[in-house]
Unconditional design. Structure first.
Length: 215
């Protein structure tokens, strides 16, 4: 009794293996029933599968599963080609219908998508920050720059951290305050910050953003 390669070709047209989604003893059992490499032109799916299972030759004995499914397929596929052509509406599908395979594939896909989405949702959100260089100009050379800086630094906002500062000469004895700060972009509006600085009108003439860089 020989294996009907036409039936095996039809079986492997929509599957990678005789049973399941990885090489198993079912594949080994059917593989050993084929005496020589199938004709790739006549049986392309069988030839592809045969070459693939042959690459596991050294692992045949250790592959998982049972040869029972392979034996069942061999028995079913060994029937004369004429019987296969006649068809049998009462024949039991030993390996499940294509619809069942599709449903299983969709279930696995849905589980993987759900796992990916859950992992993505639990991933800590990156907080966007910027380093800003702010210049604050006084009214004249008689402005108390220490008080000016103290006033500026007194501003507190969520996501705002004041950094280093220095006084930069402008001309005619006037110096401006150049101060660095780090802000969380979602929490701190630089326009709002400059409005708060402008409220110290006894010291501040104006303020400008001299430089800004994303962290």
């Amino acid at each position: 009794m020989s294996l009907n390669l036409s039936q095996l070709e039809a079986h492997l047209a929509s599957r990678s293996y005789v049973e399941g989604y990885t090489p198993s003893q079912a594949d080994v059992h059917v593989f050993k029933a084929i005496t020589s490499a199938p004709d790739a032109a006549a049986f392309p799916h069988v030839a592809r599968w045969y070459k693939h299972i042959a690459s596991y030759a050294s692992e045949h004995d250790s592959l998982p599963g049972s040869s029972t499914a392979g034996a069942a397929f061999f028995a079913a596929a060994a029937a004369p080609a004429e019987k296969a052509e006649e068809g049998d509406d009462d024949e039991v599908d030993l390996f499940g219908s294509d619809e069942e395979d599709d449903a299983e594939a969709e279930r696995i896909k849905a589980e993987r998508v759900a796992a990916y989405n859950a992992k993505k949702a639990n991933k800590p959100k990156t907080i966007a920050k910027s380093v800003v260089t702010l210049e604050v100009k006084p009214w004249d050379d008689e402005t108390d720059m220490a008080k000016l800086e103290e006033s500026v630094r007194s501003i507190e906002m969520d996501g705002l951290v004041w950094g280093a500062s220095k006084l930069v000469p402008v001309g005619y004895g006037v110096r401006k305050l150049q101060i660095t700060l780090v802000v969380e972009d979602e929490l701190v509006s630089l326009d709002d910050l400059q409005e708060k600085i402008a409220e110290f009108e006894d010291y501040v003439q104006s303020s400008d953003i001299a430089a800004m860089q994303k962290l």
